[in-house]
Write a new protein. Sequence first.
Length: 213
Amino acid sequence: MTAPNAPSPDVTGEEGRRRAFEELGDPVYGDREPSLVDRFVEWLSGLIDDLLQLGDGLPGGWWVLGPLLLVVVLAVLGLVLVVFLRPGRNRRSAAPVHTESKRTAAEHRSASERHEGSGHYYDAVVERMRAVDVDLEERALITPSAGRTATELAAEASRNLPDQAGRLSEAAGLFNGIVYGRTEATVGSARTMRELDDHLRAARPTPAEEERR
């Protein structure tokens, strides 16, 4: 005996497709050029249509296939949210080295060492990159700039210290990832930045670069 208000078992695949399109269709889109959302809805509609066609021969038809379609739709929507709303998606890829008044290279270096000794590796990395930036400015190897990013620092310093280009690029990528939360600051990353600082302090421009300056 059929329970009161239970859905009719005679709903066809065609009826199921019609209901699905009614849910997905939205007149607000009108006749304008299809947007990314329009294309996604069209793709999702096609996917549902294909699944319904495959399910026409299943016992129970649409009412058996419905929960499966719901799971597919929710999974796809979840994926879209992860892709478009993940942290950092629309942020700049290069972080500024200084966000406040600069101190001397020695002061930034000392602060970095204190943070590293206390296990505050994020602050140790940030302060060490600031020490590198100020040290290179003090040695006239890069032009003083308040808003320079780590990527810009690496590119400019590499022109005068080409032998250090690889280390500079690696450090800039590490700094950007840590500042924007894509990379965890660890004892290893603090050590990498400290070693970069040591190499740069000992490095000297090549003769050709000295003449150009």
